[in-house]
Design a protein around this ligand. Structure first.
Ligand code: GLY
Length: 290
């Protein structure tokens, strides 16, 4: 069921979504903007060692190093900032925000992104927990596939009608060093048009980033579709074109300017958090294949 009514409204991907949404709503209640809300919401997943796909405690790359990607976008000015292959910083979404606000560039990667963060005052922080290190050692013994690419993606609409979107991820488990997914790519992992709405994607970056999923969802909303219809239309179109069809790992959350929300995936089983009208809930996304 889609949410009706204007902001404040937040959505966040996966079953950690409600906790993220609560943090975003708290940021708004404290006088923050939608931009503060999506940053604070992403912090929850970034700091939680039980979330193995984002930030602290995330699964490392195949060399045992946690490399993370994150991005943020602010509707009123259409500014964006992103980082990719960033190591050793606890809150990559905040580094992305700093890149955006510093204004000289949109995207920084690898050692340059780390140096930028340190110059900006972010402390160095080891993201590899002992538990993640043990899992990596076990993986090296067995080299089994580990499907874990549950990006935190957050969309917020504040009471002033301003939209923002963020995402943060460690990407594929045991990825090739230097591999970058969709999350830090504007239009792919996230997109906002303040006159229309915003979207954030999650799933396998190699699937998502060839279809600019977040931009496509916002474009469908611009053409007049409500968010759920827009998400499902984009996913169905991709499934119809791609050899993997609905086996693609692709899901998306969206909010439009009217405060209507949606979450959808190729298949059933995509949970996401919604905060609206003072209530936070965990919902199941719509699906292309039922
Ligand atoms: N969607 C996150 C990634 O594939 O890196």
């Amino acid at each position: 069921m889609e949410q009706q009514g204007a902001g404040p409204v937040l959505v966040a991907t996966w079953d950690f979504g409600p906790a993220c949404v609560r943090a975003g709503l708290a940021a708004l209640a404290a006088g923050g903007t939608a931009l503060d809300a999506v940053e604070q919401a992403a912090w929850v997943a970034e700091a939680d060692p039980q979330v193995h796909t984002v930030g602290f405690g995330a699964t490392p790359n195949r060399e045992g190093v946690v490399q993370v990607d994150a991005a943020i976008m602010w509707g009123p000015t259409h500014q964006a900032g992103s980082v990719a292959g960033l190591e050793g910083i606890l809150h990559p979404v905040s580094v992305a925000r700093r890149v955006m606000e510093q204004g000289e560039h949109v995207m920084l990667v690898g050692a340059g992104a780390h140096a930028f963060a340190r110059r900006a005052g972010f402390p160095a922080h080891d993201l590899l927990t002992p538990a993640a290190h043990r899992r990596w050692q076990e993986w090296r013994r067995q080299y089994r596939d580990e499907p874990s690419h549950d990006t935190v993606g957050v969309v917020a609409l504040d009471a002033q009608g301003r939209l923002a979107v963020s995402c943060s991820t460690s990407g594929l488990a045991y990825k090739q060093p230097g591999r970058v997914g969709d999350s830090p790519i504007v239009g792919s992992g996230l997109y906002v048009d303040n006159q229309v709405g915003a979207a954030a994607a999650t799933g396998r970056g190699e699937d998502l980033m060839r279809y600019c999923v977040s931009y496509a969802v916002v474009a469908e909303m611009a053409a007049g579709r409500p968010p759920m219809e827009a998400c499902l239309a984009v996913l169905a179109r991709i499934a119809a074109r791609d050899p993997k069809g609905t086996n693609m790992e692709a899901a998306v959350v969206a909010v439009d300017r009217q405060g209507r929300t949606a979450g959808a995936a190729m298949r059933p089983g995509f949970p996401y958090g919604v905060g609206a009208a003072g209530e936070v809930s965990l919902r199941q996304g719509g699906a292309v294949a039922v």
